[in-house]
Design a protein around this ligand. Structure first.
Ligand SMILES: O=C(O)[C@H](CS(=O)(=O)O)OP(=O)(O)O
Length: 251
């Protein structure tokens, strides 16, 4: 830090198992990724190349190297897994993990209809190649899932070998965990937290109001995802109680 301020909440240190920040890269150039790492690396744990953008990303190997060299784990969005599965190319997906030396892989069913037992089998298989992060929740805002269902899916995915669960919100922050307005489904979050340890969940929270909600509810070291690269410094200061929204929470 550049100077001393007392009573700053303690942040977990890398390699973090809680207090993690997952940033969504929607198509940064290699140069933009380097610039992002120049300021954001200490505050970023994972970079997800959003949905299927890895398919068309120029100089993909170079971009992955930029993140790895900065101590960040890059991985591909779950929609890419779904794009392989829906085309009966699951084995090609596994080869892709090896080809790009990906240590983490997202398994999701946000865009395809996949019986949950099958999703769990995929989780177990992918776990033989990479550490699995599995996403729960639909990308379709007409599909509202009851809290008990979220919890049973989450438990089954953990039992199948998922390392961390991602709670869906999309980039827009208005599905899954959130109402169409972006407001948090608070009852849902409370029920999930009664049954699943919070450090097992990465809450997708692209909007500032959502990040603030989870920092107030769970604390500085809540796991947050789908953060815009441009917002990484803003989020870190919010975690530290150094922005108006959380200023009085930690003093
Ligand atoms: O679910 C997500 O956060 C993303 C991005 S969006 O849904 O396309 O907005 O998909 P993912 O495949 O997990 O990157």
């Amino acid at each position: 830090m550049n100077f001393q301020l007392n009573n700053i909440p303690e942040r977990t240190q890398k390699p973090r198992i809680s207090g993690m920040t997952m940033v969504m890269d929607k198509g940064l150039s290699v140069r933009q990724a380097e610039d992002f790492m120049a300021v954001g690396a200490p505050y970023t744990d994972f970079v997800k190349l959003g949905w299927t953008t890895a398919y068309i990303t120029p100089r993909l190997d170079e971009k992955l190297a930029v993140y790895r060299d900065a101590g960040i784990h890059p991985y591909f969005g779950g929609t890419l897994f779904e794009a392989f599965v829906v085309r009966n190319q699951f084995d090609d997906f596994l080869r892709l993990l090896e080809r790009y030396r990906l240590e983490y892989a997202e398994v999701s069913d946000g865009s395809i209809a996949l019986p949950h037992e099958e999703k769990c089998k995929y989780i177990a298989k992918v776990a033989q190649y990479a550490t699995v992060i599995s996403e729960v929740g639909s990308k379709d805002n007409t599909k509202i899932m009851a809290p008990y269902k979220w919890i049973s899916l989450m438990k089954a995915e953990l039992e199948s070998g998922t390392w961390r669960l991602i709670a869906e919100s999309r980039e827009s922050g208005n599905v899954g965990l959130y109402r169409e307005s972006g407001e948090v489904r608070q009852g849902l979050v409370d029920e999930i937290l009664n049954e699943i340890p919070s450090e097992k969940i990465i809450w997708e929270a692209p909007l500032k109001s959502q990040q603030v909600y989870f920092i107030h509810l769970i604390g500085t070291n809540v796991n947050l995802g789908n953060i815009n690269p441009n917002e990484i410094m803003a989020l870190e200061t919010t975690r530290l109680g150094l922005r108006g929204d959380t200023f009085h929470s930690f003093i």
